[in-house]
Design a protein around this ligand. Sequence first.
Ligand SMILES: Nc1nc2c(c(=O)[nH]1)N[C@H]1C(S)=C(S)[C@@H](COP(=O)(O)OP(=O)(O)OC[C@H]3O[C@@H](n4cnc5c(=O)[nH]c(N)nc54)[C@H](O)[C@@H]3O)O[C@H]1N2
Ligand SMILES: Nc1nc2c(c(=O)[nH]1)N[C@H]1C(S)=C(S)[C@@H](COP(=O)(O)OP(=O)(O)OC[C@H]3O[C@@H](n4cnc5c(=O)[nH]c(N)nc54)[C@H](O)[C@@H]3O)O[C@H]1N2
Ligand SMILES: [Mo]
Length: 801
Amino acid sequence: MEPSNYRPEPKPDEPTPETPETQLSLKSEHGPVQFEHPEHPLHLKQHAPEKKATGLPAVLNSFYYSWSEAGLIRGTLPLLQLNQKNGFDCPGCAWPDPDGKRSAFDFCENGAKAVAHESDQRRLTADFFAKNSIAHLSRESDYWLEQQGRLTEPMVLRPGATHYKPISWDDAFALIAEELNGLDSPNEAAFYTSGKATNEAAFAYQLFVRQFGTNNLPDCSNMCHESSGAALSKVFGFGKGTVKLEDFKEAELVFVVGQNPGTNHPRQLTALQESKRHGARIISVNPLPETGLMSFMNPQEPSGMLGIATKLTDLFLQVKINGDVPLFKGLLKRLVEWEDEQPGSTLNWDYIHKHTTGIDELLADVRTANWDDIVAGSGISRDQIETAASWVKQSERIIICWCLGVTQHRNGTQNVQEMMNLLMLKGSIAKPGAGPCCVRGHSNVQGDRTMGVWERPKAEFLDKLAKAFSFEPPREHGADSQKTVLAMHEGRVKVLVSLGGNFLMALSDTRFTAEALQKTRLTVRIGTKLNRADLVTGRQSLILPCLGRTEEDLRPATPTQPARVQFTSTENSMGVVQWSTGRFAPASTELLGEPDIICRMANAVLGTRTTIDWLAWADEYDNIRDGIAKVIPGCENYNRDVRLPGGFYLPNPPRENRYPTPTGKALFTVNPLPRHQLQPGQLAMTTVRSHDQFNTTIYGLHDRYRGLHYERRVVMMHADDIKDRGLKPLQKVDVTSHFEDQQRTAHSFVVVEYPIPRGNAAMYYPEANVLIPIGSTDSVSNCPTFKHTVITVAPAKTVEL
Ligand SMILES: Nc1nc2c(c(=O)[nH]1)N[C@H]1C(S)=C(S)[C@@H](COP(=O)(O)OP(=O)(O)OC[C@H]3O[C@@H](n4cnc5c(=O)[nH]c(N)nc54)[C@H](O)[C@@H]3O)O[C@H]1N2
Ligand SMILES: Nc1nc2c(c(=O)[nH]1)N[C@H]1C(S)=C(S)[C@@H](COP(=O)(O)OP(=O)(O)OC[C@H]3O[C@@H](n4cnc5c(=O)[nH]c(N)nc54)[C@H](O)[C@@H]3O)O[C@H]1N2
Ligand SMILES: [Mo]
């Protein structure tokens, strides 16, 4: 088998302060730094996309990758503990674990890679930072940076310094306190969260930030499912999906929209297989024929290991990029036509009358929608819409699953709302086998929101926080991720603290975000591995290394107490909260748990201005959980319930047909067809993840299912679109994006022929982020339009990168 990972050699040359700025680098007081690194290690190899997902190759790949990163023992043991009731929560995606018995192999290839990446045997020591300037490091690829191993001790980059130097934890916290307390207003600081942070870390963090005095709590959710939260809150009065894992057995029809589960949520394929085995049909809606959607070999079954696959998708609707509102409007229109022809035949009036408002406006909108616009906008024929609509008509129990292909658009919120209209017309909610299934990304992104990490907190939440901790939290809404970048760029935000993640590479408009970061006084990142956000920094920068999920957070014995292990807890995509505890020796004795770091930081920054004994919280996470119990609905007995085997479900009103909207009913919404006016030569471009990455962390250079190997700087295009532009497959090109009167160019990509609709293109995230305009966001949720950028593609010019 081809290796999933490879080890490039570092470049020996050291840039000098005189090195000129290039397309990809900026000057800074720390030397010239590259905010992006184009990597062409080997030549692109393209095979036909694979036809079946998972099975033996995936299991072999898991072990192969784990052993090469972590060694035989440290590589294998964590895999067997993944997602077990007494093990740790998978640091990969947020797909839930079964409530009942769990198989020892209940992990997926990509969960295994996430674990192995953390179990890395290599170490980044002070010596490494002494040898390598940040200018030098920035000339290495993102892949190379994370390959250097685990961070082992706190490091600081001082004003004008070219190298990071070690700093003690206490001095690091003192520096943060000095910078934060020196600001003119608490709103001059922002506190980012990546969705891996556990509930304890998230709760302590948001409380610290609010006691400090701001709601500037941007998070990765702002760039991810913000549109889902906005839509679900408006429609149902509650921002989460309602489906449980067992519902998949009872569904008659399952939609999978804008999602690539074979790569990003592999364990979802088992649930879809269950649906099929219980007689359900599956409709997939995607511009790309993703392998995992089509058929699946279950690695937990002998037949799956032998390569016998279950066909998953019964109807593949290959929508155009952003064709989802037109498609769903077509389905709604056909249902309403049948209902108008034969009243009572198609819609669930009982549900509509009892539980909803707004039906008249919806019917008027749907009746006047034009079939030509629907077909042109969606790219789906009347015949296919007819088939899909007839299946909807015949089904009472419908699940709609969706992810980023739906949310990251200018009308992402409306995409979700239009899908919810369909469920509501059919009364397909609040019953077994039916409802919205909003498939979350990061393993605890949903939990972080539950715990209060949100820049626009509700008044009730702040009231409870105020009462529980006797302080007056700030009421003014804070900045989300996009607004934080703009505020840093304008000099209004001067300190950025990141709880995990990679703010630089995850955000849109990489050059603009890099400039914004460089204008700050201090950037702080709590992380496990080095990434580019540690190299494109403020005037000063701190790297605070933390324990990973797999590692034991051990408190040694004291004269008064025996040794204790601290555990944490997370919430999955379906609202189940459970504990997670690492079993392995930490990568370094200097590492601290994330909650520990946050509480010590809070103690240093807030000093006597706090009502909380932060050091007691740092020492014993039960104290944090007692705090959670006072504030978060459904967590009243948190310390007890979280210890239950398999955890507990959080309350979910719409699951019980209760809708906490202003009217107490679910709301039908009217969602206009998006209008896109592409000029001649332009394409609509979407960004996707490969099979060998977790967000900005690149594990290797194989996108196995799509058949693309050894190159990530690709533009997937329809064969005729390549020909029309006088290009050839595998030709080197430059890509330019067009937004308002702005243009951005990304150099040195390769065109590949791919079965994608005409007029569409796909590129990988994060390489394409230089093209995504900072100002292009969803009009309601402000989520960046990562799935729709207007581009042109032209033969490559030779430029100095
Ligand atoms: N292994 C692995 N697992 C992950 C992640 C990872 O990077 N690696 N990331 C995690 C995170 S944070 C998240 S949020 C999720 C992301 O999970 P996904 O949403 O599956 O991730 P993407 O690769 O962005 O895929 C989006 C899908 O939408 C399709 N698409 C693009 N544009 C459109 C459109 O206009 N309409 C429709 N209907 N479809 C469209 C694409 O072809 C692609 O199949 O996965 C999580 N799990
Ligand atoms: N073009 C484009 N851009 C996108 C997207 C897209 O689809 N297209 N998707 C968006 C989405 S959905 C998301 S969620 C964001 C992701 O944005 P982020 O969450 O900010 O990015 P990640 O790549 O997940 O973060 C990786 C880093 O997290 C750190 N890390 C890993 N494990 C731990 C841990 O246990 N603790 C701590 N403290 N740190 C840890 C490591 O140092 C690693 O380098 O990107 C967004 N950006
Ligand atoms: Mo995400």
